[in-house]
Design a protein around this ligand. Structure first.
Ligand SMILES: [Zn+2]
Length: 447
């Protein structure tokens, strides 16, 4: 463990050892709780780590009071898609540092993808990730591998993984291409009560690709990934979900064609849901023009038409959730030639600001809808113990944010161990002020 890491541990241990208040009153705020249809002034009373009451002008006496005048009080944000890099790649991120970044971004629950080292395809690794020794600041829900070693050949033991705490299966980054294996995965997942989460990319046609295929990739001389490589897998998966009755969840959707498949699938009653990342609704392939590796992603940044399709699908309900695909990489893995650089970026601390700036401020999407994409919907896609809503008796996971606060993202102040973000210096509107997990304050912004 490096000195920096041990400093982090001690901060987390200090927070852990502090007893959360027995009771907490959040007063004077504006509550947005889409799952319960609440959008108005109300106080939130928390007792013994659970939501006790949500109503205007509560009279309850609390051990601690948080003044939320001018702020939005929402269910704690849920991120369906993060890479915490532990076990095996602690030089990029640890569960402690990744969840510290989550808390700062307003996320109180994160779902951790299994492409760790070793791949999380076992009960042991699933349990290890949830152990208190990892020093997680927010809830960590492991997504286990769908196939052993994510090799796409033999299914893992879904039932045992669920008993160990996994909430879904996915071979994220290594899509399941074989029709028969995918069908078996969906059938087993249906029996277990899981969705199968698919990174939709036909890797048989994308080997060596660096960015989106199109005029920009031809101009830059970079090998391009065609939109059809995503849409083809989404189409195949929706057909299999239709046949099996299982739930397919499309990770980080990025193309107009794939979104259209999801729209049609939903209309026809197939159990399909999908998520989009903040970078896919904020940026386009034009950003790659300077060969800056901070814009190298998988799925790649797409065309303006694709971005427009993401915004429309966020508006009309086709896209269910905003997920960050937070993917930390060390400096030496990104600061190399474009074709050698690692894919993807960090994202936990900029998601809310991008959501409010790009969707609400510029596009006019109601704040209530932005909150739904971060809370009620991800909480409905995965079973996370009643999270994503402020119902009485639910775990007291709460995010308090300032929807009007203007701020500039400084990557040097990121709590993530890695700094691979293209959003440094971006002026954003909307910032998390307080994050509460099970009644415990895990983040409080400087006033
Ligand atoms: Zn992926």
């Amino acid at each position: 463990m490096t000195r920096k890491e041990s400093a982090f541990m001690s901060v987390n241990q200090r927070l852990d050892s502090k007893q959360p208040p027995k009771s907490l009153l959040i007063c004077g705020g504006h509550v947005i709780d889409p799952a319960n249809g609440v959008d108005g002034p109300a106080d939130v009373f928390i007792r013994d780590g659970k939501i006790a009451a949500v109503a205007p002008k509560l009279k309850e006496k609390a051990e601690r009071t948080i003044e939320a005048k001018g702020l939005i009080v929402a269910p704690g944000f849920i991120d369906l898609h993060v890479h915490l890099r532990e076990p095996g790649q602690a030089y990029k991120e640890t569960i402690a540092t990744g969840t510290a970044a989550a808390a700062k971004g307003g996320f109180t629950s994160v779902c951790a993808m299994p492409n760790t080292q070793p791949v999380n395809d076992s009960v042991e690794t699933t349990r290890w990730m949830q152990s208190p020794e990892r020093g997680a600041l927010v809830n960590v829900f492991p997504i286990a591998a769908a196939t052993l070693g994510s090799q796409g050949e033999k299914l893992t033991d879904f039932y045992a993984l669920r008993e160990a705490g996994a909430v879904a299966v996915s071979d994220d980054g290594r899509p399941i291409l074989d029709d028969q294996i995918m069908r078996e995965a969906l059938e087993a997942a249906k029996r277990t009560g899981f969705p199968v989460i698919q990174h939709a990319e036909d890797t048989r046609v994308t080997a060596g690709t660096q960015m989106n295929y199109g005029a920009v990739s031809l101009r830059l001389g970079l090998r391009g990934m065609p939109a059809e490589a995503e849409a083809a897998i989404v189409r195949r998966d929706i057909e299999l979900a239709r046949k099996t009755g299982a739930h397919i969840h499309v990770a980080h959707i990025s193309t107009a064609a794939a979104v259209e498949e999801v729209r049609r699938g939903k209309r026809e009653g197939v159990r399909v849901s999908c998520e989009v990342t903040p970078h896919h609704f904020s940026l386009t392939e034009e950003a790659v023009a300077g060969y800056d590796t901070r814009y190298k992603m998988n799925p790649p940044l797409r065309s303006q038409e694709d971005r427009e399709a993401m915004l429309m699908a966020l508006e009309d309900g086709t896209i269910d959730a905003i997920a960050t695909d937070h993917a930390p990489h060390a400096h030496h893995e990104k600061m190399v030639e474009f074709d050698r650089a690692a894919f993807d970026i960090t994202g936990l601390e900029t998601a809310l600001g991008l959501g409010i700036s790009e969707l609400h401020e510029k596009r006019g999407i109601p704040l209530q809808r932005v909150v739904e994409l971060l809370t009620a919907n991800p909480g409905r896609i995965l079973s996370l113990g009643g999270r994503g809503q402020l119902s009485a008796g639910a775990p007291a996971d709460v995010t308090i944010f300032d929807p009007k606060r203007k701020w500039t993202f400084d990557w040097k102040e990121s709590r993530s161990k890695s700094k691979n973000t293209p959003f440094g210096g971006w002026k954003l509107t909307g910032k998390a002020m307080v994050s509460i997990v099970g009644g415990r304050l895990v983040y409080e912004a400087a006033k």
